[in-house]
Design a protein. Structure first.
Length: 366
């Protein structure tokens, strides 16, 4: 890779950081430090964690430098510190937090000047700039987590237009029985859980061309007593959303958002359908409409593909494999487009609704 792609990485890192800081620009330190929910970190933790992850990989690992502060790594370790405990940690706050973020960035860019990142480099962390792509993806992914929290604020003014758009297609798509390629190829950035690419045999199935709408979900609630999504409230005869402290009528033609896996599964059964498996989802994705509005729950638990190898660290994917988590596919309006490849796998506990999650139904083909 040439000097110009180092310039491109520098520019993309700067863009990602502008977007991160743009999300919290209007907030004061008290709001950054406040714990709004036991299942989400205070925003100051996300900010410090983004910078600490950058320090760990780009400065300590790649640059072989000592940590700026030996203790910090512990407080920002997501596995050591469950989200509900993060408000009490002695994390960086206020001006100290901002200067740490800037210091790390300065060091990371100085290291970037000294490394080789071409496609023929031996170190897999540097080959094709893997570690820089990982850093970018990580920061962009944390922006979505921050947005989950920002929806809980009383008076958050979105710094750019946010939210879903209505779907235009309708009906179901038929996917023929056959062999389908699943997962990421060996080239280009992808997380370890997307590899290795492998072939699967699928039976014929049908899948909805659009995610379930607010209107359809409201009907399910009225007819069969289904539970309301997070942020829904009743005002007169109408359902309103109360995210970001504002009451807004729920547009019937927008995708329903903030449903749990249990709600998604119950809706699909009520509709005489089922959730797709994640393999079906990926096989159909090339032809799906309205992907990228809401994360789409699948019936699959989060498991390793055969031949999986943890890289570059076990705590991204491997420690979450098992039956506890369900896979979501596609991406939401809050997901940066560069994060959500067709093979990208997201996961959460089946009862969780703070994520921008929705429903797309499937069924066995007749
Ligand atoms: C892929 C969204 C489940 O937030 O736990 C961020 C992403 N991993 N930092 C998470 C992640 C490490 C991850 N999810
Ligand atoms: Fe993280």
């Amino acid at each position: 890779m040439t000097a110009s792609s180092k310039a491109a990485i520098t520019a993309r890192l700067a863009d990602a950081r502008r977007r991160t800081l743009g999300l919290v620009e209007q907030l004061d330190d008290e709001q950054l430090n406040r714990v709004y929910s036991p299942i989400l970190s205070p925003l100051a933790w996300d900010l410090g964690h983004i910078a600490n992850f950058e320090e760990l990989w780009l400065v300590q690992t790649i640059g072989e430098q000592e940590p700026l502060d030996g203790e910090l790594g512990h407080f920002y370790d997501a596995i050591e510190n469950p989200r509900r405990t993060r408000g009490e940690l002695p994390i960086l706050r206020d001006a100290e937090l901002r200067s740490y973020m800037a210091d790390v960035r300065e060091r990371a860019l100085a290291v970037l000047e000294t490394v080789e990142i071409g496609s023929d480099v031996e170190d897999p962390l540097l080959r094709e700039g893997f570690v820089y792509e990982m850093l970018l993806a990580h920061e962009l992914q944390h922006q979505e987590t921050m947005l989950q929290l920002l929806e809980m604020l009383d008076d958050y003014e979105a710094p750019w237009p946010m939210g879903t758009v209505p779907a235009t297609a309708s009906g179901m798509l038929r996917i023929e029985a056959g062999a389908y390629e699943i997962g990421a190829t060996d080239n280009g950035f992808a997380y370890d859980n997307e590899r290795p690419r492998h072939e699967v045999e699928l039976a014929a199935f049908e899948i909805d061309r659009t995610p379930v709408s607010n209107g359809a979900y409201a009907e399910f609630m009225e007819v069969s007593g289904g539970e309301a999504p997070m942020y829904w409230g009743r005002e007169g005869g109408e359902w309103v959303s109360t995210a970001m402290g504002r009451r807004q009528p729920l547009a019937p033609d927008h995708p329903v958002t903030h449903v749990s896996w249990d709600q998604a599964d119950a809706y699909a059964s009520w509709a005489g359908k089922r959730l797709p498996t994640e393999l079906e989802w990926e096989a159909a994705a090339e032809r799906l409409d309205s992907v990228g509005q809401v994360w789409e729950w699948t019936s699959s638990t989060f498991r390793a593909y055969d031949g999986f190898r943890a890289f570059p660290y076990r705590e991204y994917s491997e420690v979450f494999f098992g039956d506890a988590y369900r896979v979501l596919r596609g991406g939401s309006w809050a997901t940066h487009p560069s994060v959500a490849r067709r093979s990208f796998r997201n996961w959460d506990l089946p009862e969780r609704r703070q994520i921008f999650s929705g429903i797309r139904c499937a069924r066995d083909a007749a």
